[in-house]
Ligand binder design. Structure first.
Ligand code: NAD
Ligand code: MG
Length: 386
């Protein structure tokens, strides 16, 4: 039995992951779960799966939690440090990194340090510290398996050839809810409209990232580190149906794609069962209906966040940590009504430009810069906002 710990088990990826694990009970056992604040959801998961550990990472909640709501065989522990202990525990084989944001960095690094197989949904870890994490995995023998649908598609398509035969990869993007919008329409975007994604149901942060195309920017950086590519080998194409999850183009011109309905259960399961494939609870393609697949280039002027991703992928060093932290705070401020939608890439640009670049920072330097970039973004006021 593979022993699985799901960090961020109450989120969108986390709950899909538990659905997948429900179908794999004969070969995998869920040994650990975690939530930040939603302890009732966490408690319900322990009743269903009876894992050995449940981590509530917001230690401040300890007094308000009703411990009797948890399975009696589950040990409930509090605080962010417990996430790293769980991620590196000897009795865990696979860690699903499904926490949102740089909050997932420490526990993901702990899993990699301990040589675990890491199913990585938490793309921010690779944006903040891609080279450090990849180098650490090389040393410890940890395996990094993509969960992000585009990267899972690339990972699957890569198996059609060898690494040196890869010419480039093409990441698909739905274009988000504002595909085809005018500049005036983008100026007026509210959190409500931005939270309505046309094809994917996801947590609020990645939903806003999908609307600004910052999600694709982060995915360009994620792909660079996961697949050891030059930024020039990564392209982005808008594909509104979200059925083709990405392509790999080989040197002979052959493009291999992976198709499935837009649902995360398949890429999550593939990371858990790889190199095998198994029956999956996700939806399947309906080939009996008439449908079409469209592709067109992204509008880089209207969605400047995308270019930031390529720039950060080219420059490396401290840029990823700064871009990620600025974006996390900017998204938060937008959701609270303090920034306009179009301010999100503007503040990221400004904070990136203001930071002291270091081409080869240590992990602790990146953590310090993350704090700095958050403060800068919190203070930032748009000269163009009304
Ligand atoms: P979500 O907001 O739905 O869930 C986040 C999870 O992280 C929850 O379990 C929450 O309790 C936990 N969490 C939040 N803040 C935390 C903190 N400070 N410390 C510890 N735990 C914390 O997010 P999501 O949509 O499931 O996304 C999770 C990750 O997966 C993100 O990195 C996202 O980019 C990536 N991802 C998500 C999807 C998707 O379809 N949702 C697709 C691809 C990649
Ligand atoms: Mg994705």
């Amino acid at each position: 039995m593979k022993r699985i710990a799901v960090l961020g088990s109450t989120g969108s990826i986390g709950t899909s992951c538990l659905e997948v694990l429900d179908g794999l009970r004969d070969q995998m056992v869920l040994v650990g779960v975690s939530a930040h604040t939603r302890w009732q959801d966490l408690a319900a998961q322990t009743l269903d799966f009876e894992p050995r550990w449940a981590v509530l990472s917001d230690a401040g909640l300890a007094d308000s939690v009703s411990t009797s709501a948890f399975a009696s065989g589950t040990k409930l522990v509090y605080g962010a440090d417990e996430l790293s202990k769980l991620a590196s525990h000897d009795d865990v084989d696979v860690v699903v990194a499904a926490i949102v944001g740089a909050a997932g960095l420490q526990s993901t690094v702990a899993a990699v340090e301990a040589g675990k197989t890491v199913a990585i949904a938490n793309k921010e870890t690779l944006v903040v510290a891609g080279p450090q994490v990849v180098e650490l995995a090389r040393k410890t023998g940890a395996k990094l398996l993509p969960v992000d649908s585009e990267h899972s598609a690339v990972f699957q398509a890569m198996q059609s050839g060898s690494k040196r035969e890869v010419k480039r990869i093409v990441l698909t993007s739905s274009g988000g809810p504002f595909r085809g919008a005018t500049r005036e329409q983008l100026e007026a975007v509210t959190p409500d409209t931005a939270l309505r994604h046309p094809t994917w149901e996801m947590g609020p942060k990645i939903t806003i990232d999908s609307a600004t195309l910052m999600n694709k920017a982060l995915e360009v950086i994620e792909a660079k580190w996961l697949f050891d590519l030059e930024p020039e080998q990564i392209e982005v194409v808008v594909h509104p149906q979200s059925v083709v999850h990405s392509f790999v183009e080989f040197v002979d011109g052959s493009c291999i794609a992976q198709l499935s309905p837009p649902d995360m259960k398949l890429p999550i399961q593939y990371a858990l069962t790889w190199p095998e494939r198994m029956e999956c609870p996700g939806p399947k393609m309906d080939w009996s209906s008439v449908w079409s697949l469209d592709f067109h280039p992204p509008d880089r002027d209207l969605f400047p966040a995308l270019e930031l991703g390529f720039e950060v992928a080219r420059n490396g060093g401290t840029c990823g940590a700064v871009l990620n932290a600025a974006n996390e705070v900017a998204v938060d401020r937008f959701l609270q009504g303090q920034l306009k939608f179009v301010d999100i890439p503007r503040v990221c640009r400004a904070v990136l430009d203001a930071h002291h670049f270091d081409p080869s920072p240590s992990l602790s330097e990146l953590v310090r810069l993350d704090v700095w970039a958050r403060e800068e973004t919190t203070r930032w006021k748009s000269s163009r906002s009304t």
